[in-house]
Design a protein around this ligand. Sequence first.
Ligand SMILES: Cc1cc2nc3c(=O)[nH]c(=O)nc-3n(C[C@H](O)[C@H](O)[C@H](O)COP(=O)(O)OP(=O)(O)OC[C@H]3O[C@@H](n4cnc5c(N)ncnc54)[C@H](O)[C@@H]3O)c2cc1C
Length: 412
Amino acid sequence: MPEKSFDAIVVGAGPGGSTAAMYLGNAGYNVLLLDKAVFPRDKTCGDAIGAKSQAVIRELGFLNEIESIPHAKVYGVLFSAPNQKSVTIRFPGTDPEKGKGGYCIRREVFDNFVFSHAKKNKNVTAIESFQVTDIASENGFVVGVKGMDVKTKQAAEFRAKIVVGADGASSIVATKLGLNPVIPEHDCLALRAYYQDIGGLTPNIEIHFVDSLLPGYFWIFPLENGLANVGVGMITKDIKEHNIKLQEEMFKVIENHPMFKERFKNAKRVTDVKGWRLPFGSHHRKAHGNGWVLIGDAASLIDPFSGEGISNSMYSGKLAAEQIIEIMNAKQPLSEEALAPYEDKLWKTLGNELSTSYKLQRIGRIKFLLNLVVSRASKSKKMQEMISGMLGNEEVKKELTGPLFYLKLLFA
Ligand SMILES: Cc1cc2nc3c(=O)[nH]c(=O)nc-3n(C[C@H](O)[C@H](O)[C@H](O)COP(=O)(O)OP(=O)(O)OC[C@H]3O[C@@H](n4cnc5c(N)ncnc54)[C@H](O)[C@@H]3O)c2cc1C
């Protein structure tokens, strides 16, 4: 085992944790990055990598390498409504002719890409196959973590000035701090499987508001070499209240729905169906305290409309690291008070977006409105461009959640 005392311990080496470790390491601080898995490892996900992730990777200096890992380029999102009408909305800022687009990358590949850069950082000590089982506290401060090697079961304890909880939806750090309850209204369950050779794939992600899955949705996201990520997601409260068997519903859509049965006729499922939780950012979880911060899923930051969480995990990792660096540079203690600006900045930048998405999620429950928007937009290029522009601007996007937008559509 390496030396046992560090400036910072990051629990979880997913995109959020690896990002935080790199920023801290780049600032010259001594970081221990722990993960219970051995990379490359899979993570149940839709594999769509949002724009904010690209911005963080660019700032960290390795965006140019992303083209060399297996990926699919995507330029927009195809929405379909319960009435089976569909419309494709271009992602703002993309340009297919110049190859400027978003990415779908299997998490086994993407997370290993990000982690391997963190591991290369000379100030980061990465230990895989180490499961954190508890936090260590003294005088009201978190001072380290306890855990064990997954294979040998050998116990170890590490100490640091700060512990960053980046350990995902079932975060042990958040749980030990009493902060990780499942709030069914703000939590989603989603399933995913990989399929080969689905018909009609395009360089767009597909989100289908299928009747039988409302208020959830069914997705098909293209990957490299004819592979696709297929899944369903639904809010935990709805699953419980309506006793939904999510996997059964997913297979019914694939096998029987008129929009999909032909497309899946020659497709082959090449993996098991796997499920995982999405803690939504429609609930504000406390994310800092004496000697600790939470980032990514551990801080419940997933977009409650799109289900996108990779970007927010990386962005929160960057913000948390920047605040920690500022405090350490000033040689001040990493107290709750000193760390508060991290959570303030986080919610100042993401809060609006998350609250708009929560409103959109609730509007998405109204079948009539879904049918109306998609039908009208499918007929009007101008409206498609307008919605694309709205998606790229948080202030304007808010209009999508107001009654005026839908009234205008109704009478358009
Ligand atoms: C089915 C599904 C589809 C999704 N689709 C998308 C999508 O298309 N796009 C998108 O942006 N987001 C999507 N998300 C959300 C996204 O997967 C998460 O928001 C993202 O992975 C969060 O990153 P993270 O670094 O916070 O946590 P994670 O990626 O979960 O990483 C946490 C890490 O911590 C480690 N760990 C956990 N516990 C311990 C422990 N006790 N000790 C040591 N290590 C530990 C884990 O091994 C893991 O490596 C989806 C989620 C699901 C479930």
